[in-house]
Ligand binder design. Structure first.
Ligand code: NDP
Length: 276
């Protein structure tokens, strides 16, 4: 029997930890898989996907900057991929391409399972309204927090994002609001329960000019970035919050992709520990 082949496609891709994560999961079940890193030319995502299909690959993860193109070329989309407007997991079967998005579920599972923080009835502040923020909105709302407030540099982008999730918010009884980084500095009655940094400001070590009153001793300050301490994490730590990075999200989103492809749920805790 031939070995099942999977890949992660991105540009750049050398830094990707996905092959190591998927191989660690496969090992847990005594499975042998191929999982390659594939660098697609910036104008060659579709051709790269077609090539992988022809070579008998069964699926691919998709990372920056191709998640929107992956959405466009998927012939069927999961509900969460539709809500996110982006795809990070492709499955190939009989020349069909199915698109899913596991990023949001990865974030929520990491918070619930590894940081013992329930989201129900909580006040959540989400910083950013890019692809990652949009991808986590539906899974966050489904946890029935009391409130999700979104702050983004471009206000119109945040407004448009909230409009998209108004029906779901109503259905789950979640209050949605948009604010600006400036307004976040106005006096606040109490700190947020959870503050999620879904901006890419950390990539360039850019501080977000946040007021420290956003964070309290009970606040979970979650930065989706991993690999180094961002200015957001430093500020939240100084303000006394519990600070976590996005490594667990990365491994949990991979676990959900692994489940989509293999129907098996890996144990993520030892993999997170090994990567730390
Ligand atoms: P996008 O490029 O789609 O969005 C970037 C967001 O960051 C926008 O909201 C943008 O605001 C904001 N932003 C950028 N620079 C600044 C700044 N200097 N000040 C304030 N806001 C800023 O990126 P993604 O959404 O795809 O990714 C966001 C982060 O999430 C990245 O760090 C990425 O690595 C991480 N991520 C982690 C994952 C994981 O598994 N751990 C998975 C996916 C993403 P504006 O709209 O105004 O431009």
């Amino acid at each position: 029997m031939s070995v099942e082949k999977y890949a992660v496609i991105g540009h750049p891709i050398a830094h990707s930890k996905s092959p190591l994560i998927h191989q660690a999961f496969a090992q847990q079940f005594g499975k042998t898989i191929v999982y390659d890193k594939v660098l697609a030319p910036l104008d060659g995502f579709l051709a790269t996907v077609q090539e992988l299909q022809q070579q008998g690959y069964l699926g691919a993860n998709v990372t920056v900057p191709f998640k929107f193109e992956a959405f466009d070329l998927s012939q069927t989309l999961s509900e969460r991929a539709q809500a996110a407007g982006a795809v990070n997991t492709l499955s190939f079967s009989q020349a069909q391409i199915q698109g899913d998005n596991t990023d949001g579920c990865g974030l929520v599972n990491d918070i619930l399972k590894h940081h013992q923080t329930a989201l129900a009835a909580k006040r959540i502040l989400l910083l950013g309204a890019g692809g990652a923020a949009q991808g986590v909105m539906l899974p966050l709302i489904a946890q029935r927090p009391a409130q999700v407030t979104v702050a983004n540099r471009s206000q119109d982008k945040a407004q448009a994002m909230l409009k998209k999730f108004a029906t779901e918010a109503q259905q789950f009884d979640v209050s949605l609001a948009v604010t600006s980084f400036t307004d976040l500095n106005a006096p606040l009655n109490e700190p947020y329960d959870v503050v999620i940094n879904a901006t890419s400001a950390g990539l360039t070590d850019t501080p977000l000019s946040l007021s420290s009153q956003l964070f309290g001793a009970h606040t979970l300050a979650y930065d989706m970035m991993y690999g180094r301490e961002t200015p957001f994490m430093q500020q939240a730590r100084l303000a006394g919050a519990k600070v976590v990075d996005g490594l667990g999200m990365l491994i949990e989103q991979a676990a959900e992709a692994f489940f989509i492809w293999h129907g098996l749920r890996p144990d993520t805790a030892p993999v997170i520990q090994a990567f730390r």
